[in-house]
Design a protein around this ligand. Structure first.
Ligand code: FES
Length: 104
């Protein structure tokens, strides 16, 4: 069973930027703006404990601040050692200017 939660407003994250989203009772989330399109992933690196939005984001890739592992934020694919496990992604639904994701 999933529940829909509000991720952010479309204007909360500018193109080329990322946003840490902490919602009570929900795993840490990250919103990424790629040319005006918002993508959402887990904000926790799959290698060890690190917050991805503390790292670097360029094009469609986020780099973990701890060991430099990288993920494609569109697909969640792990791109760089030491990350091997994909990042969880969440489809984003727009309702007006607000963006929502469904969390299981
Ligand atoms: Fe992210 Fe190691 S914790 S690459």
């Amino acid at each position: 069973m999933s529940s829909r939660v509000r991720l952010c407003a479309r204007g909360d994250v500018e193109p080329g930027q990322m946003l840490r989203v902490d919602i009570a009772g929900v795993p840490p989330l990250a919103a990424f703006n790629i040319d005006g399109e918002i993508h959402c992933t887990s904000n926790l690196c799959t290698h060890q404990f690190a917050i991805l939005t503390d790292g670097f984001f360029e094009d469609d890739v986020v780099e973990c601040p701890l060991h430099g592992g990288c993920f494609n934020v569109r697909t969640g694919a792990a791109l760089e050692f030491p990350c091997k496990t994909p990042l969880r992604t969440y489809p984003v639904t727009a309702v007006g200017e607000d963006l929502y994701v469904d969390i299981e």
